[in-house]
Design a protein around this ligand. Structure first.
Ligand SMILES: CCCCCCCCCCCCC/C=C/C(=O)SCCNC(=O)CCNC(=O)[C@H](O)C(C)(C)COP(=O)(O)OP(=O)(O)OC[C@H]1O[C@@H](n2cnc3c(N)ncnc32)[C@H](O)[C@@H]1OP(=O)(O)O
Length: 243
């Protein structure tokens, strides 16, 4: 079913069109290009993962096969924080910043840095969840910018996260947990006193703090998405506090 959002008459639709008119043509062009590129990137990741699994019949080595593409597209997502900061998308810098930084942290400082955990099932778990989520999210933004949003994409964007978000978080937390013994054994990214800078840092305890920080931060992201869902799917008017 591919019903479109073109009936044009409703208040919601008019508000939507007004918002789009306030974006300059250059902004719309850039965001459209950005979202198409990101959709394509995550589609390539999905296809590479599926091909790997079909050919090898195992998830072992899968991370290595997609590492470069994943690092590239997830790092480019830092632009989303810039988009919010310069005001070309109406999203909170803090919400987007936490989301993007936690992903970049998972990719660069956990999975990429600790080879011993790259074959954990939990890595595949969050990779699959991220991939499905991002294909949906970027195609949602693209079709929305082009004023041809199929209802099933809108539905998927604002429903799938209900299960995908917690599953992704479980995958991430299990991966960090699996990394802890290696981090403790090797002392990686840690500095102990005495040293010439007189600074001590223990990555092992830092990771425990990161894991604990999911407790206050994740519900905020989740409730933000639930509010977005009510606003977009149910048309509720939500007065946002300054975030
Ligand atoms: C140093 C280490 C720190 C570590 C800290 C750790 C703690 C972390 C705790 C939390 C961990 C989270 C881990 C994440 C796991 C996963 O991702 S699991 C997979 C499931 N994930 C999801 O479902 C992700 C859901 N999140 C999001 O979608 C976003 O990232 C969001 C920022 C949280 C919410 O999106 P938001 O943009 O606010 O909502 P929307 O409704 O989509 O958009 C609002 C308006 O902005 C416009 N817009 C946004 N981006 C774009 C764009 N790229 N192009 C065009 N337009 C865009 C959008 O159209 C909306 O505009 P209006 O229509 O005008 O309202």
């Amino acid at each position: 079913m591919a019903s479109t959002e073109e009936d044009g008459g409703s208040v919601e639709e008019k508000e939507n069109n007004n918002r789009k008119r306030t974006k300059s043509a250059v902004t719309v062009a850039w965001l459209t290009f950005y979202n198409i590129a990101m959709t394509a990137g995550w589609l390539v990741l999905a296809m590479t993962m599926m091909r790997f699994y079909i050919q090898k019949g195992t998830h072992k080595g899968l991370y290595k096969s997609i590492a470069r593409t994943l690092k590239f597209f997830q790092t480019v997502a830092l632009l989303e924080v810039v988009h919010c900061a310069i005001g070309i998308v109406r999203t909170s810098v803090i919400v987007t910043g936490v989301q993007v930084c936690s992903r970049i942290f998972m990719v660069w400082f956990i999975t990429n840095s600790i080879k011993q955990i790259q074959n954990e099932e939990s890595v595949i778990l969050f990779l699959v969840v991220w991939t499905v989520t991002e294909i949906t999210r970027y195609s949602f933004y693209t079709f929305n910018l082009l004023n041809h949003l199929p209802y099933f994409i809108k539905w998927a964007r604002y429903n799938m996260f209900i299960v995908m978000y917690p599953i992704g978080v479980v995958g991430e937390l299990m991966t960090v947990y699996a990394a802890l013994p290696y981090v403790r054994k090797t002392g990686m990214l840690s500095t102990r006193l005495p040293n010439k800078y007189n600074v001590s840092f223990d990555y092992y305890y830092f990771l425990i703090i990161v894991m604990l920080s999911y407790i206050p931060l994740f519900p905020q992201l989740y409730f933000h998405m639930l509010r977005q869902r009510r606003k977009v799917l149910l048309g509720e008017i939500i007065v946002e506090k300054d975030e």
